[in-house]
Design a binder for this molecule. Structure first.
Ligand code: OAD
Length: 242
């Protein structure tokens, strides 16, 4: 199965990798709920990651994200992230569409990453000023409009995904020749619709996940493995096939 997954890649000129929280599991990045530990245990997710929460208590929301950033700062890309990034030296037009906000694909060296749910290591203005700022530079005040409106550049519960990201993702999928679904439960919409789009196109779809997902019955190859184990093997098999 690894060989078959590698064969599609060896013929590919435009692979797309669609990743979820399972991709970062071996890097030790906790899920949103797992990060609600210690003093954060007493809150509900909607008290920490919604517009209402931010309006009610900005400092609490900012402190929670600072706690999550402290965790992410200690995490490093795993062998799976590195394998995908390394592909760029042999395969053209590698695109990563990720639901993860940890920036680990970018840290690993992937150059074409669409972060559907944003990037936790950047801040933006809650009133829509366009610029993104690395965290720590402008803790509270927006340097463009001067309001106390800086917030993490992530999609909160109840917020839409940036339309441009969805359009760029759909365009990448429509021009792709193989699609990899890695470490996602497929339960979070509209992101999951992107995997649905790839399946509808009828091209090869490879899924890597130790557990089955709603996509598993429909994919061309299902690899019941961890991403950090399967991806380096698939990428190595590329060189064996060459
Ligand atoms: P989930 O936590 O719903 O699902 C993670 C998936 O990864 C499961 O199917 C696991 O079986 C699989 N998995 C676990 N370890 C793995 C490994 N080592 N290798 C491969 N797969 C593994 O995560 P998502 O589908 O990403 O949004 O959905 C969560 C999204 O909603 C996140 O993007 C987050 C959350 O709210 C935001 O942060 C905005």
């Amino acid at each position: 199965m690894i060989r078959e997954a590698g064969q599609y890649l060896s013929k590919s000129h435009s692979p797309v990798f669609f990743t979820g929280a399972g991709m970062s599991q071996e890097s030790g990045v906790p899920t949103f709920r797992d990060a609600m530990e210690g003093l954060w245990k007493r809150f509900k997710p909607e008290e920490l990651a919604t517009q209402e929460a931010f309006k009610k208590d900005r400092q609490r929301v900012r402190d929670f994200y600072e706690h999550r950033r402290d965790i992410v700062r200690k995490c490093r890309p795993n062998a799976g992230h590195t394998a995908i990034a390394g592909l760029e030296s042999t395969v053209s037009n590698v695109v990563v569409i990720t639901q993860n906000v940890d920036g680990l694909h970018q840290s690993a060296g992937s150059t074409s990453v669409i972060p559907l749910h944003g990037n936790i290591m950047e801040d933006r203005c809650n009133h829509g000023c366009p610029e993104r700022h690395p965290v720590g530079k402008h803790p509270a005040t927006c340097p463009q409009c001067g309001r106390n409106s800086m917030r993490p550049d992530v999609v909160w519960f109840g917020e839409p995904i940036d339309e441009e990201m969805m359009i760029r993702s759909a365009a990448a999928i429509l021009t792709s020749d193989v699609f990899y679904i890695i470490g996602t439960s497929g339960c979070v919409y509209p992101a999951a619709n992107l995997a649905g789009l790839a399946l509808q196109m009828g091209g090869p779809v490879i899924e890597i996940n130790p557990e089955r997902s709603p996509f598993s019955d429909e994919v061309t190859v299902f690899l019941p493995l961890r991403a950090g184990k399967a991806l380096p093997k698939i990428c190595r098999s590329l060189f064996d096939l060459a």
